[in-house]
Design a protein around this ligand. Structure first.
Ligand SMILES: Nc1ncnc2c1ncn2[C@@H]1O[C@@H]2COP(=O)(O)O[C@H]2[C@H]1O
Length: 622
């Protein structure tokens, strides 16, 4: 219905929003290190974020994340190699310079890690603490410090006592294991493939376990005597079993066999062998259970993800079968599901993103739907905040070829924006096409806008049929009303478009305009009268208050005068001798009384005037 190319709306809000969005995207790419420029940005970011001056690292920083991943290597090295060299003495002695170099390299990394840890800020009530003295104090008084210190004790001096062939003296290096867990946890939250990551982690744990068991098996065989029975490692003097590689692989295979194919190993002969096997079998049960449990979890989480992404097809199929739905309809439904899966159309995005806070949801919605909304003319001049509100209210819908989105005469509850696909406005015969709508167009607004003079009221004015598969956003009547109430320009635009269609169809009452104007006039008059009435009411209230106070004053004055007159009357007959004086005084008093009376008369006149005014206003109000 209304299509505009991107070029036609340069300089509007959408462009700004798009630019902002692209900026965000570039930043993200920089973080992933996809582009060279992005890489440079990320390095720059790193430099800026790590406060080298104060030497404090933000644990949420990329630098910290990278460092903690680097720390995986020395920790895993110690966990795998110390036991290997302890049990396989030939391996230990054959590559001694390599092992010693790696040992002290790992020690160096342990030391750097302690420095990094002491310079890593922590959150106190949500605020990153960057005070170095505070950080030092916290670390030095924590049990982590004791553990890190213990893992770095120079136990290598024990080589002098036990000899260089006993790397077991470095067993304290294994104490850094919690750092490995921290690194793996952080990786798990960041990775885009958590299930693959979980399975790989489990496999690595199992590998280390089998490795330890293999080493211990070889050590036990050496203690019992190689080749002394069927269970132990065969005689190493035999050429076939003499090589280091063969020794390790045999032991690893033996150990893996115990942990996986429970019971398919040679029968133990001696008590030590029995004890070893019992311990191994118990561990094997746990390993097996954890493998089954973890893999089960991964599978169910994959299924859950699919069920959240796409509606459950199996359930719907079963329902259709049980209700003997026609084959043709079942086929259409199957095709619809297939289309969703193949083209990765996610219908329940609002549900999926529900757990995110509103601002993140809005950002995601803006970045996902912006390209579509930016093509819709009515939303081009919207403010950013309104658009953000709007994108959260859109519901994705997919229609199959030939399917009707709405039919003429139906009550309208929502309008639609076309994200992808083509739809036809068709006549009742289903063949004649009045118009074809495509990406960026909208329809279905007429029946929900209450356009004055619309003969069809809240009923659909046309049939809309999807030509191929079409991806739409629906916007409910309530949400649209909400948005438009704050955005009259868009409302006007929508109504204008609707009116044009209605006029073309001859479905707009002629008098509609006149009536509308008349209604507008009456509305303005009522508003003016209301505001006049308010002013009058205020004036009246003020006058009433004044009237009451002057009335009270008058009454008091009259009472005083009466009292004075009465006093005068009682004094006159008693003081006959002082008649003249009294007369003179009486004159004086009389003069006073005259003055008082005049004053009272003046006030009375004023009162009269006010009363007249009041009555006039009251009449006006009535
Ligand atoms: N001739 C037309 N051209 C384009 N769109 C139309 C035409 N007639 C109807 N429509 C749209 O089809 C919609 C059908 O539902 P509504 O009446 O709510 O709103 C209608 C318009 O948005």
């Amino acid at each position: 219905m209304d299509k505009t190319g991107i070029s036609s709306f340069t300089g509007n809000q959408w462009q700004r929003l798009l630019r902002w969005h692209r900026g965000q995207k570039d930043n993200e790419e920089g973080g992933d290190g996809v582009k060279d420029e992005g890489k440079q940005n990320s390095i720059l970011d790193l430099k800026l974020k790590v406060n080298w001056k104060e030497r404090v690292i933000d644990p949420a920083d990329q630098f910290y994340y990278v460092w903690i991943q680097v720390m995986i290597f020395p920790i895993v090295y110690n966990w795998v190699i110390i036991i290997l060299r302890t049990c396989f003495t030939t391996i230990a002695l054959s590559y001694l310079p390599v092992w010693l170099t790696l040992d002290y390299l790992s020690d160096l990394m342990y030391i750097i890690d302690m420095i990094v840890t002491v310079h890593t800020g922590y959150l106190d009530q949500g605020i990153l603490i960057k005070d170095l003295a505070q950080l030092k104090n916290r670390y030095l008084h924590s049990k982590h410090f004791l553990r890190d210190l213990a893992s770095l004790m120079p136990t290598d001096f024990l080589y002098f006592a036990f000899g260089i062939q006993t790397p077991m003296v470095r067993i304290n290096r294994l104490l850094r294991l919690p750092r490995l867990s921290e690194a793996l946890d952080r990786m798990e939250t960041r990775t885009s493939y958590p299930n693959t990551f979980r399975i790989s982690k489990l496999m690595i744990y199992i590998f280390v376990l089998i490795h330890w068991n293999a080493c211990l098996y070889f050590a036990l065989s050496s203690y019992i005597g190689f080749g002394s029975d069927n269970w132990v490692y065969p005689n190493i003097t035999h050429v076939e079993f003499a090589s280091m590689r063969r020794q390790y692989f045999y032991c690893f295979w033996f150990s893996a066999q115990i942990f996986t194919t429970v019971g398919d190993t040679p029968l133990p002969k001696r008590e030590e062998e029995y004890l070893f096997m019992i311990a191994d079998l118990l561990i094997a049960v746990l390993v097996f259970a954890s493998i089954v449990g973890n893999v089960g979890n991964v599978i169910s989480s994959l299924r859950d993800r699919d069920n959240v992404f796409f509606p459950n097809h199996e359930l719907v199929k079963a329902y259709l079968r049980s209700h003997y739905i026609s084959k043709e309809l079942r086929q259409r439904i199957d095709n619809w599901y297939q289309h969703l899966h193949i083209n990765k159309k996610i219908m329940r995005e609002n549900e999926i993103l529900q757990q995110l806070p509103l601002h993140l949801r809005t950002e995601i919605a803006v970045s996902v739907h912006l390209p579509t909304l930016s093509k819709v003319t009515i939303f081009q001049s919207c403010e950013k905040s309104l658009l953000e509100e709007l994108v959260l209210k859109l519901t994705p819908q997919v229609f199959s070829p030939g399917e009707y989105v709405c039919r003429k005469g139906d009550v309208g509850h929502e309008m639609y924006i076309i994200k992808e696909g083509k739809l036809a406005v068709v006549a009742d015969d289903g063949v004649t096409e009045f118009a074809v709508l495509s990406e960026g167009n909208f329809f279905g607004e007429i029946s929900i806008l209450n356009i004055k003079g619309n003969k069809s009221g809240n009923r659909r004015t046309a049939n809309i049929r999807s030509i191929g598969y079409s991806d739409l956003f629906s916007l409910s009547k309530e949400d649209l009303t909400d948005v438009l109430s704050e955005f009259p320009a868009a409302k006007h635009h929508l109504e204008e478009k609707g009116r044009q269609i209605l006029t073309k169809m001859g479905m707009l009452e002629e008098s509609g305009d006149g009536e509308e104007r008349e209604a507008e006039k009456v509305e303005t008059k009522i508003k003016r009268l209301e505001s006049n009435l308010e002013v009058l009411q205020t004036k009246l209230a003020r006058l009433m208050v004044e009237l009451e106070s002057s009335h009270r004053k008058m009454q008091a004055r009259v009472e005083q005068l009466e009292w004075e007159a009465a006093a005068l009357e009682t004094q006159l007959p008693e003081n006959g001798k002082e008649g003249e004086t009294a007369q003179g005084r009486g004159e004086g008093v009389g003069g006073d009384v005259v003055w008082e009376r005049e004053e009272a008369e003046g006030e009375e006149e004023e009162e009269d005037e006010r009363c007249t005014l009041t009555i006039y206003y009251l009449t006006l109000c009535v």
